[in-house]
Design a binder for this molecule. Structure first.
Ligand code: FES
Ligand SMILES: [Fe+2]
Length: 392
């Protein structure tokens, strides 16, 4: 369903009104809470505030460590209009830079994923090592005051948590991401050993909705039996079995066991880490602001959501699986097996796309009832509380 961008009652809502409505909503207890006010998904001023307070400041997931295994392997990613370049070093460390030349700021590379011995700017051939140092600047010896050492790429803070690469545009991040997620690892997701999951897919898609509509969709499983008959509903998780995790400033999660101990969604027989019901339990979590993960004993699906406007976003997503699952796939079957996984995920994404776009469409109505949450939609209320705090 293609929705044309429209101006609506909320497009020009004053920022003070959007913030007041958000604060009112998240001040209520979860029992009494109502869904996010439409202003925050439609107002241009609120969108601009999000760019400054969220995407220019927070830790943003851009991919998995095993996507850049060798020195010189790199990834690029757009964060709110700023292209970032993440490069594996000889030391095995990961370094991040602004993807813009230190001469007159030409974007260095437009490749999304690649390998380089050096980065040469296409404009005047300034050349940087994979560590961001300027090594060669043609004819700049003609300028006596020029010093190569003062003209390196702009460095960014990067961090790794459970195999995911995070970067922040902030010069002085308040807190490390791994530190913020320590309890999530310890209490819930650490037992899955996500670090060792191997990437098999990386894709992206553009949808016509506010970026937060996808966060809302992903962080509740109430819709799964209805909306995913061809995919996730087949795991047969009972709505009554879902549990939502504790309140946190940095993340939210929910989880439930599936019916079967075997087959898709269950742990491999060689998996010695997961015990009891965790061998067939899925955890869905959101690392605030925009990193979504469905974690199962036999695969993980991650999404990084990036706004492209009030009513449009790009979602970059990937799938990774444990080594014991990969070991069972014969080499000659590998490509077909991956193609089947891509088709499965595309089907699941199409099941969600219309719902997410309709969330955006419906919430622009001039009049709306009060709305409410189902008990297993608590993660939406937790996300709204995060938004309230970060935009205050
Ligand atoms: S802008 Fe890159 S070398 Fe001139
Ligand atoms: Fe869904």
């Amino acid at each position: 369903m293609k929705l044309n961008p429209v101006l609506n009652k909320y497009t020009n809502a004053p920022l003070s009104l959007s913030l007041k409505r958000l604060q009112e909503c998240s001040a209520r207890s979860f029992e009494l809470a109502s869904p996010a006010p439409p202003e925050i998904n439609h107002s241009v001023d609120f969108y601009n505030l999000e760019q400054n307070r969220i995407f220019n400041q927070e830790w943003i997931c851009i991919g998995r460590c095993d996507e850049i295994p060798k020195a010189g392997d790199f990834l690029t990613h757009d964060i709110a209009g700023t292209s970032v370049l993440i490069v594996r070093q000889e030391s095995n460390a990961i370094m991040g830079f602004i993807n813009a030349c230190a001469h007159r700021f030409t974007c260095l590379t437009s490749e999304k994923l690649g390998h380089a011995f050096a980065f040469t700017c296409p404009n005047h051939a300034w050349t940087y090592g994979i560590n961001g140092q300027l090594n060669h600047a043609p004819f700049m010896e003609m300028k006596s005051s020029f010093n190569k050492n003062d003209n390196n790429l702009e460095r960014l803070h990067t961090e790794v948590w459970e195999g995911f690469i995070y970067v922040t545009l902030s010069k002085n991040p308040k807190k490390g991401i791994a530190e913020s997620l320590k309890m999530l690892s310890k209490n819930i997701v650490g037992q899955y050993d996500m670090t060792d999951y191997k990437t098999i897919i990386r894709e992206s898609m553009n949808w016509n909705a506010n970026w937060k509509n996808l966060i809302e969709n992903f962080t509740e499983s109430y819709h799964v039996p209805i909306a995913h008959p061809k995919t996730f509903a087949n795991h047969k998780k009972r709505i009554q079995d879902y549990e939502c995790g504790e309140d946190s400033e940095h993340y939210c999660y929910h989880f439930a066991p599936q019916e079967s101990d075997n087959g898709p969604g269950a742990a491999h027989k060689d998996n010695k880490n997961l015990k009891g019901k965790w061998r067939r339990t899925m955890v869905d979590f959101c690392i605030f602001p925009n990193h979504l993960v469905t974690l199962m004993p036999d695969y993980l699906w991650w999404v990084s959501v990036m706004p492209k406007g009030v009513g449009e976003f790009k979602a970059t997503w990937g799938v990774a699986v444990p080594q014991d699952i990969l070991n069972d796939i014969a080499e000659e079957d590998h490509d077909n097996w991956v193609m089947e996984k891509i088709e499965y995920m595309n089907t699941a994404n199409e099941e969600d796309r219309e719902l997410v776009e309709r969330l955006h469409q419906g919430s622009q109505s001039i009049r709306l009832p009060q709305g409410t949450y189902h008990p297993i939609e608590k993660n939406l209320w937790q996300f709204m509380k995060y938004l309230t705090k970060i935009t205050a």
